[in-house]
Design a protein around this ligand. Sequence first.
Ligand SMILES: [Zn+2]
Length: 393
Amino acid sequence: MKKRFSYYMPTEVIFGAGTLKQLAKVSLPGKKALLVISAGTSVKKYGYLDRVIDYLKENGVEAIVFDKILPNPIVEHVEEGAKVAKKNKCDFIIGLGGGSTIDSSKSIALMATNEGEYWDYISGGSGKGEKVKNNALPIVAITTTAGTGTEADPWTVITKTDTNEKIGFGCKSTFPTLSIVDPELMVSVPPKFTAYQGMDAFFHAAEGYLASVNQPASDSHALEAVKLITKSLPIAVKDGNDIEARTEVAWANTAAGIVESLSSCISHHSMEHALSAYHPELPHGAGLICLSVSYFSYMASKCPNRFIALADAMGEKVEGNTDEERAQAFITALKKLIKNIGMEDLKLSDFGIKKEEAPKLAKNAMETMGGLFTVDPYKLSYEEVVKIYENCL
Ligand SMILES: [Zn+2]
């Protein structure tokens, strides 16, 4: 166990089926909200947007809707959203939707109170890494998916399209002040996206457990999330209306978000960001699934100890004469989980990604999201990163 660590998790989380209606009564951080939603139709179609606006009205809050966010959100919409928030004198930001929408609401909240361009504050790649001068506006996150854990962490991932850079940012004021996690809003997510998003949460937990910056509280949340996803994600994929399975996956996702706050993702995530920076049509969770067997097979043999505990949490029998052999139980369990959610045939070539791209992707992953490589349990070289990409292409 780590003997020294810092614990900071300032978000109030209201969790459980039917909790959206608490928005009408709960204490909110302002009177006029910029309500950020995606450019898609689902929050309108399923009535979530109307319900949120009505509850806010009941709570004495006016909402200005900003509905431009893309599945892989881009800088232009962050800057535009911040302008709309400033012009309308919004005093807080609400993100209603999936990870991309809530991430965007955090970045908009930051740019509503800070000068210059968003990329001035990004560290890594072509970002200027400038210090944030003012706290972001308060953020309220209302999740309609179980994937990124963004409701319980400070992170936001935005893409700069002209340079193919997809980079994370987070600071103390980009933790949501309040998050509402209502699994009833997740029953409308189709099976394929339930699988992609649930596996994203799985990897946040597993990576946070493997990262060198792990700590006792991230370890316990990580093992619980891994266990719940292994058990309940296949059920939620098969029957989206199973509210018990949806609830377990939703909590696993929020718990994995706490893991991201207290520990960190590792280079598996950098490698996926490079893929979806060049191929924005590739869903983040799909990219992670495609990379995972190649990536973790390579890692497990280099640093077996924590892989054994993960395999155990997944209910896999851990056998073998050496730790290296025993660590392979995690790979076996991972392959079974991918099969149980119907993703065993998923390939990067389905998204038009070619083997020749491996060197370019490795360079992008190490340059734009190099920070995560520094918390890996084993230090990968450029040649090894290229090899991991090649093995799954
Ligand atoms: Zn992720």
